[in-house]
Design a protein around this ligand. Structure first.
Ligand code: SAM
Length: 296
């Protein structure tokens, strides 16, 4: 395919020729603006040897631009809709492209990386994601700890704001902490609905996540830290002492909570959502040690 796919005319023609009615349930909002595609690709900054994973290629508007940039690398494009796979096979005969007909949520990432010899290579994820599963896709990848160095993707604006949020505001929560534990997020562009067919009901954003080489805080126990995060943000209107003592998933002693907050100089009445990631990390370390001491 030589013509640019990301235009209203070409996209509509491909869809009509293949008698495709786009599926809302699969989050099929296709990009029809070449400038937005260029922005995504520029932020991805593809270098020689970079391996790219694209989730949800659709009819290939972004795939096409990515393939133009890849040198000595491969593009792994994962798509659930069989109709799109058929179109992509017709449009692209590029040896660099591996089309994978799968539900992305069924992928075992460590196995995928090992099986495709990606463990020791520079890997980037670049995508216009299906919005209904953004969080499970991104958290699945981050928690699998597979070596993706950079993520660049289009997402609902509200979700991008939550990923990049700092303490105190309404967007700050468990998703902000999780994403910022693993990466440095940056919202690069806000994107209007008019660049998609069909137009989504919400604004979108291009966000970049740069994977942290070292975590921002050294944790005694990662699982325990995320339990504390969950406890704090499940009860975000409560103060720290109350939300921690009522945490359903961990049984924390009130005395230990009081002592730990005192040690950190955090007033008991502080709401958890005012604490930064590092502070929550240090607090979870103190609580974890306190619980261990009690057991021993
Ligand atoms: N990349 C194309 C573009 O920018 O025009 C299409 C993006 S569209 C927002 C999301 C794509 O993800 C659709 O092609 C949809 O079929 C695909 N998709 C939806 N759910 C999926 C899943 N669970 N696994 C893999 N692909 C999925």
């Amino acid at each position: 395919m030589n013509k640019r796919i990301a235009t209203p005319t070409v996209t509509k023609k491909i869809l009509a020729d293949n008698q495709i009615k786009l599926s809302k349930a699969l989050g099929q909002n296709f990009l029809i603006d070449g400038n937005i595609i260029d922005k995504i690709v520029n932020i991805a900054d593809i270098k020689r040897g970079d391996q790219i994973i694209e989730i949800g290629p659709g009819i290939g508007s972004l795939t096409q631009a990515l393939l133009e940039q890849i040198e000595e690398g491969r593009l792994f494009a994962i798509e659930k809709d069989e109709r799109m796979i058929k179109i992509l096979k017709e449009l692209f005969q590029d040896e660099k492209l591996s089309l994978i007909h799968r539900d992305v949520l069924d992928i075992d990432w460590p196995q995928f990386f090992t099986g495709n010899d990606l463990m020791d290579k520079p890997v980037k994820l670049v995508a216009n994601l299906p919005y209904y599963i953004t969080t499970p896709i991104i958290m699945g990848l981050l928690e699998a700890r597979v070596p993706v160095g950079r993520y660049v993707f289009m997402v609902q604006k509200e979700v991008a704001k939550r990923m990049a949020a700092k303490p105190g505001g309404k967007d700050y929560g468990a998703l902000s902490i999780a994403v910022q534990y693993y990466t440095k997020p940056e919202i690069c562009h806000i994107v209007p609905p008019s660049v998609f067919i069909p137009q989504p009901d919400v604004k979108s954003a291009i966000i970049k996540l740069e994977t942290n080489k070292i975590p921002p805080v050294q944790l005694e126990d990662e699982r325990f830290f995320f339990q504390i995060v969950q406890a704090i943000f499940q009860q975000r209107r409560k103060n720290l002492k109350n939300s921690l003592s009522k945490a359903a998933n961990i049984k924390l002693d009130k005395g230990l909570i009081e002592k730990s907050l005192q040690e950190l100089g955090i007033p008991e009445g502080t709401r958890g959502e005012m604490l930064g990631l590092t502070e929550i990390g240090v607090l979870s370390n103190i609580l974890f040690k306190g619980m261990e001491d009690k057991v021993n």
